[in-house]
Design a protein around this ligand. Sequence first.
Ligand SMILES: Nc1ncnc2c1ncn2[C@@H]1O[C@H](COP(=O)(O)OP(=O)(O)OP(=O)(O)O)[C@@H](O)[C@H]1O
Ligand SMILES: [Mg+2]
Length: 475
Amino acid sequence: MICAAFIILDLTLIQLIGEYLFTQKVKDEGHYAAEIALRIADSWSERDSGQLYGLVSDIAAENDSRILVTDPYGVVQVDSGTDQMGKRLYLKEVADTLSNGKGTYGYYDTGSGSGWFAFSVYTGSAIGIHTVPLSEGARLTGALVLISSADELYASLADMQGRVAIWMLIVAAVVLLLVVIISNTVLNPISDLNNTIIRLSRGDMRARVNTRGKGEFARLGQAFNSMIEQVDRLNTTRNEFVSNASHELKTPLTTIKITTETLMYMDPNDHEYLKESLTAIDKEVDRMNYLVNDLLSLVRMDSGEQRLSLAELDLGELIKDTVARIRPFSLDHNINVSVDLAEDVKLTGDRYKLQQVVYNLVDNAIKYTLQGGHVDIEMRKIGRNAVITVRDDGIGIPEKDLPHIYDRFYRVDKARSREKGGTGLGLAIVKQIVTAHSGTISVRSKVDSGTEFKVELPLQGPKDTASKQGEEGRR
Ligand SMILES: Nc1ncnc2c1ncn2[C@@H]1O[C@H](COP(=O)(O)OP(=O)(O)OP(=O)(O)O)[C@@H](O)[C@H]1O
Ligand SMILES: [Mg+2]
């Protein structure tokens, strides 16, 4: 398509250049013919045929042309050749000049040299004929006829057109090369990206963009691929999350279903069994309640729907209150809980969420410590941070599990954790809240020796202004 357009453009251009050069040549010759007419004007008006012949033959010889002069009837009076003397010239150009008194020109290919052109000195070649009117005052007295070879002109035109054609071919080849390069570097990556998007939109999550090379498109491809990988990971995490959540809800639901079915067929007077069954159902409902609350808390924070409700608070007081709520549980398990808190530590944070952090950490420490064990809770102000440490001498966490303990639904020992009522969401929530407060959490643990969680929180609150906007928002 592009090539065809180029060839048409080439041919048109060659044609135009040829026409331009031809017109220039015609003009030059016209001027020259007019000049000759001037030079012979005197001799012509005096009808000095000898002098006229001499003059005309000299000029014709000078320019390798043939010059003839006719009277007003087209009869040759002077001929730089000799064979047309006294003959009438049946030339259209001569007739035109003699009838309208204007200069004219014509080009002929004399071909084989037959016919009228046989007289031409240029037999067998291309000739140009210029005629100029000769006059005395207002009276037309004849016509000057200049015949010269046009071979040179045609040859130079052909030569020039050949060169233009070669240049055009070179330009066409360069353009073609550029088209190939552009299509490889620009169009191919775009169509690749387009195809990948179509495959992705049809659900083929394995589709990736080709990222060969170094340019902008390769970088765009890499960014696109990493975005898709992230989306894919999110998708997998979300599916896992939903399946884990359903699974966790299924267990209490099954227990409730079995218990209620048994209740339907039992002796209504067996009050003891009735109470036992209802207590079991109540426990499972509580469990589901906790689970749903945890899930909602995680999902709301994830989606940014729930922002932190920030206020300046006394961290020591907050920890003391939270530990007081959980202490009865520690007494049940015969675990010593000691608290050592720095006084007057003021921190900007979300009270309810920070209580959740402390509660979950202390709850874990008690849950995963054997009877008679110890749990120490410490809080210090270090620089611009408050550091909360929850230490126990419980069962500890194996090293291989440490990187996963903040994952949702992750439990080191599923059976044991479940038996203690755990679903593996506590630490995921803790980490999410600490991160939202621009804090960090770290853990050190040794199996059968104990575990230590350390939470560092900036006293001035979260650095992110977006979370601060919710200050008046919640609850
Ligand atoms: N102090 C600890 N000592 C030993 N293991 C721990 C301790 N804290 C957490 N773990 C391990 O990490 C896992 C994840 O803890 P996380 O608090 O997220 O879940 P959970 O306590 O099982 O359930 P949930 O907190 O949702 O009720 C626990 O199942 C447990 O195996
Ligand atoms: Mg927990």
